[in-house]
Design a protein around this ligand. Sequence first.
Ligand SMILES: Cc1cc2nc3c(=O)[nH]c(=O)nc-3n(C[C@H](O)[C@H](O)[C@H](O)COP(=O)(O)OP(=O)(O)OC[C@H]3O[C@@H](n4cnc5c(N)ncnc54)[C@H](O)[C@@H]3O)c2cc1C
Ligand SMILES: NC(=O)c1ccc[n+]([C@@H]2O[C@H](COP(=O)([O-])OP(=O)(O)OC[C@H]3O[C@@H](n4cnc5c(N)ncnc54)[C@H](O)[C@@H]3O)[C@@H](O)[C@H]2O)c1
Length: 489
Amino acid sequence: MKKYDIVVIGGGAGGLTVAAGAAGLGASVALIEKEKQPGGDCLHYGCVPSKALLQAAKEVYNARKAAKEFGLHLSGDIDFGVAKKRVIDAQKIIEKHDSVERFENMGVDVYHGEGSFITRNEIQIASQHQETMKIWGKRIVIATGSRPSIPAIEGLETVEYITNETIFDLDAAPKRLAVIGGGPIGLEMAQAFSRLGSEVNVFVRSNTILAKEDKELIPVALQELEKEMIFHFQSQVTKVEPIHPSGSIRLHIQYLATDDKNIVKRETTLEVDQLLIAAGRTSNIESLGLEKIGVETQNGHVLVKDTLQTSVSNIFAVGDIIGKYLFTHAAGMEGKAVIANAVFGLRNKAQYDSLPWVTYTDPEIYHLGLTEDEARCKHVDNLEVYKVNVDDVDRFVTDRQSVGILKVITDKKGFILGAHAVGKGASTWMQELVYAKQYKHPIGNVSKVIHPYPTHGAILQRAADQYWRKKLFSGFLPKLAKKYIQWFR
Ligand SMILES: Cc1cc2nc3c(=O)[nH]c(=O)nc-3n(C[C@H](O)[C@H](O)[C@H](O)COP(=O)(O)OP(=O)(O)OC[C@H]3O[C@@H](n4cnc5c(N)ncnc54)[C@H](O)[C@@H]3O)c2cc1C
Ligand SMILES: NC(=O)c1ccc[n+]([C@@H]2O[C@H](COP(=O)([O-])OP(=O)(O)OC[C@H]3O[C@@H](n4cnc5c(N)ncnc54)[C@H](O)[C@@H]3O)[C@@H](O)[C@H]2O)c1
């Protein structure tokens, strides 16, 4: 049986980071991937195709908007094939970074097959194409990711619904698309397809989209999104049925609302051509044989310590499988922490305090650290909140962007606890605050950084200026300054 310092199960964002880093440090590494091409969700069914599709849709949308405003006449139907080709082209370019060949050149042995534990050091690799084999690892890293959660809806097995794993295979934008879920997958895909010609209805179980975001930002984002899709809050699709021979789908919908103390139920039906399920994720743990070797799980995820070590000391886990922050960059950060821990036996911790994320709708929605509600719970009165609307910033005005907001939450000394934004390009201009938060620069320092005029990033300076205004122009300082000026005269 071949022996390795590190065996990684799963060749997505987390697993590939560990494999590349560990091999670079001189460890002998095996990477087991069940699909032919590594890359995981992000490359095949996630970040890459979704962002390529969103960009295509945005260009169509902006072209139409500009044509209308400038009195040009656009005609013809959208060629969905062009958008699809852009998705495939992007994947083809990016997949080179994740290719078997690239990893083999790094010295990693890549095994194609499904990995599962026999003992805490022995892994079985099962494949349709070759005999089942076994390898041995001193340390094992589980990075098998997640898949879409499918809610229990009556009749779901009788219709051809889609998920993020099949939506990018569509050859045309459905005329009428229903989306179940008001999370990032649901919203990004709803907007992309709306802009590519679908009439989109979004069903959300709760009374808000993007439940983890700062509450104040949601109405700002909704104001824009509602122009492009219809939201059904506090709704549940309870039953679906195929409509023959058209192939469309009838949804039975139940709305739940509270009227004083009573729960009021209302029911209706809606006919659509496609149904996208984007209702959260389930970790891929079932076929790993974790129970055999005593790796503890919690709520369907692999349970890990801060060091990403599982309950079995030589086994680590990173990425979606641990169910914490389901992002490519989170899996990457966790992967880096594990490299040092698994290769050198260090005790590096995964650091989530300054982990940002972005929902790439238009406008973008940026999240860093605590929301205002969370900050108030944790820091009570040791808190300041600075807000700037985008229409107070010249560059947004010249770009005709009037909807958007920045909110920065700091402690009394100006250290950033959280920062949130809705606005064009927020994914780019908010990054300065991640640096400030992570390296513990108070918000006041952002005011001293020179921002070229006119940029969107000047919005951060505006927030930082509010900090100085509060500090310098209220309290004892202005009184002291007045006295000094009188004396100096
Ligand atoms: C539509 C969509 C859009 C997204 N957009 C973004 C975004 O814009 N930005 C962002 O940061 N995140 C985004 N994400 C989330 C991101 O894709 C995931 O968080 C990330 O891919 C998780 O990486 P991972 O390594 O944990 O899992 P994955 O990337 O899913 O990799 C797991 C790998 O393990 C393999 N595997 C599973 N079981 C086994 C087994 N038993 N043996 C061998 N191999 C196995 C799988 O085939 C897969 O290749 C998006 C997700 C979706 C679905
Ligand atoms: N831009 C990005 O970084 C990006 C993009 C896409 C996905 N992701 C990652 O993938 C994860 C999964 O995304 P997601 O959107 O599937 O999940 P999610 O858990 O974030 O959102 C799921 C949504 O579905 C709703 N829901 C669940 N069951 C329902 C039901 N039966 N009927 C109606 N609504 C229901 C929930 O209330 C919620 O609004 C995200 O949390 C994120 O970490 C990131």
